[in-house]
Design a protein around this ligand. Structure first.
Ligand SMILES: [Zn+2]
Length: 354
């Protein structure tokens, strides 16, 4: 066995489904899945039920985190059509503002230019705006952010033209950063039929092989790898109205480490995108005495039934991966060891607690 020590990984894009969807995931199971995947901190998305758009809903989610989280976390506020001022007043309690400009899961979506501009104007310039913006929406949002000279983080980039647009914006010196998911790096539309018609539904959709290649070819433009862990039950995925989303916390490191072993990226490339950059972009506090021990040579097969996530399935079922998390230490305490989560619910910290 050859053990490598990595810093605690940070996933800047996770859906914990609490409040409102705890039959698919909650702070307890979602943060257990995070630790099993080598993540010691996660940033949770606001498209819950109710969505996190005001002090009351944010308080509900924070209470759930305080009593149940097993790793450290911070919450996004959601940009609604009416809450630009109220959200800005709560900015100190959130890791960022999440804007939905395109089709996603849940009702949280910005459709008109006026509310989009209000958020870009009111949200504090030193706190990140993270956006689900595809195609033309992405071009529009980059312009609005550039006009105000404020940072913008683009979530789950999946298309060739999008990564090239972000490259062009960066080359002009615009403060744009972006993330790509493992499923958009390791799956294409060709895999959809094998995964199954409902189970392969995800937003942004699985793209063409050419899009996947373009992401790999523009790795230098990609600031973060983010799972967009978006669990739904198999019953929901196999229904006539399958909701979009894949779980990803427990397969991300294995997929990316397998790519390291095959020479597609280096260990430093991975640490930069799964630790250093997420911390810098969101201004997250250091986690002292925190690290992951990875068995570099261990080979394993992905099985949905073995996941800690409540959803119990994965689009990577049966895939053989290299590199397995042996142990996770968070603030000096071993919180995961050989398949077992040792951290108690409630031991994780809110990184944006005042
Ligand atoms: Zn998402």
């Amino acid at each position: 066995m050859s053990l490598l020590r990595l810093p605690g990984l940070i996933d800047p894009h996770v859906h914990l489904r609490e409040p409102g969807g705890t039959h698919k995931e909650d702070f307890d199971t979602g943060t257990a899945a995070a630790l099993a995947g080598g993540f010691t901190a996660i940033l949770a998305m606001p498209n819950t039920q109710p969505p996190l758009t005001d002090a009351a809903s944010l308080g509900l989610a924070k209470q759930a985190g305080r009593s149940k989280a097993r790793c450290d976390y911070a919450l996004f506020l959601g940009a609604g059509s009416e809450n630009a001022r109220a959200a800005a007043e709560l900015a100190g309690q959130a890791c960022g503002l999440k804007m939905y400009l395109d089709q996603t899961y849940g009702p949280l979506r910005l459709d008109d230019l006026a509310s989009l501009q209000a958020h870009v104007r009111h949200w504090p310039a030193h706190r990140p705006i993270a956006a689900h913006a595809e195609g033309r929406s992405l071009a529009a949002l980059i312009l609005l952010a550039a006009l105000r000279g404020r940072p913008l983080h683009v979530c789950h980039v999946s298309l060739r033209e999008e990564i090239l647009l972000i490259r062009a914006a960066k080359e002009r010196g615009m403060p744009v950063t972006c993330e790509v998911t493992p499923h958009h790096l390791f799956l294409s539309e060709r895999d959809a039929s094998a995964i199954g018609p409902g189970r392969s539904e995800v937003r942004p959709r699985l793209a063409t092989v050419e899009d996947v290649e373009a992401l790999w070819d523009n790795l230098d433009v990609i600031d973060c790898f983010a799972t967009d862990h978006a669990p739904h039950t198999l019953e929901e995925k196999d229904s006539t109205t399958p909701p979009p989303g894949f779980p990803g916390l427990e397969t991300a490191l294995g997929l990316l480490w397998t790519a390291v072993r095959r020479g597609r990226l280096t260990a430093d490339d991975l640490i930069l995108r799964m630790h250093t950059n997420p911390r810098r972009i969101y201004g997250l506090p250091e986690q002292p005495e925190t690290f992951v021990e990875l068995d570099d040579e261990a080979e394993w097969e992905v099985r949905g039934t073995e996941l800690h996530s409540r959803c119990g399935w994965t689009p990577f079922e049966g895939r053989r991966l290299s590199g397995r998390v042996r142990s996770v230490v968070l603030r000096g305490r071993e919180v995961f060891c050989d398949g077992r989560v040792l951290a108690e619910p409630g031991s994780g910290r809110d990184m944006m607690a005042s």
